[in-house]
Ligand binder design. Sequence first.
Ligand code: FAD
Length: 232
Amino acid sequence: MAETDYDVIVVGAGPAGSAASMKCSQAGLKTILIEGQSFGRDKLCAGGVNPWVIRKLEVPDSLIERTIEQVQVVAGSRKIPVIPLPDDMAYRMVLRKDFDWFLVRKAKEAGSTTKDRTKVYSVLKDAEGRVSGVSSSEGDVKARLVIGCDGASSVVARTSGLWEKWWSRRGMKRGWRNHQAFCLETQMRLNPKEIERRVGNTMTLLFEKSFPGYYWIFPKSSVLTVGALSLS
Ligand SMILES: Cc1cc2nc3c(=O)[nH]c(=O)nc-3n(C[C@H](O)[C@H](O)[C@H](O)COP(=O)(O)OP(=O)(O)OC[C@H]3O[C@@H](n4cnc5c(N)ncnc54)[C@H](O)[C@@H]3O)c2cc1C
């Protein structure tokens, strides 16, 4: 066996990375979680989390900004009747900044080494072409296993060769180009009473004929997350 610094390197400290790192540490593996940005960073996301995930990750009530009870869909000028959500689909609203930081701390408590502001440039490969670590802004790190949790444009997936493999397996060379969308999102700070009065525990999705995408309004306690996604 080659000499290694760690059993596992996890690249990216979003929910996937922190959860993977926590699980590896709990299993007794020497694990490092590497994040390119600072811990406590924000993330483009509406912040709606499935209740199953909340239970599984033991997310405390203090991080839950609101429980969504119903969905309002608006199609042009038509307001479709409100859809009540059953308990097991009652999305919990979180602020990603706090949620992700909580999960990093859980990974750390489980025994993971955590490192932020460290950009991974590529995976390293041994003489047989097996992934053996990563090259990063802090130098090379060796491990028996590298887990890529570095998001939609994953460096791990691209430099390990997985990226091209996925797309070519689907007969889509550079197919990722057709799977991109343009998003704009803002967190509007508002008086909590005003949010309660105007929006309450309702998640709103809006569609318009002239717009090839949709808009959303996801209420938190003192913030409305408002966004738009366009597919062209
Ligand atoms: C507009 C929008 C709204 C959304 N709303 C919701 C929602 O309401 N509910 C929901 O469940 N999902 C939502 N999503 C999807 C959700 O945000 C993602 O599925 C989720 O963040 C994926 O988590 P992840 O841990 O895989 O990756 P990410 O959260 O993307 O984390 C990846 C991490 O890797 C780090 N990283 C990247 N490259 C490197 C590198 N080279 N070196 C080191 N670190 C690196 C990044 O800094 C980042 O911290 C939304 C997405 C968008 C775009």
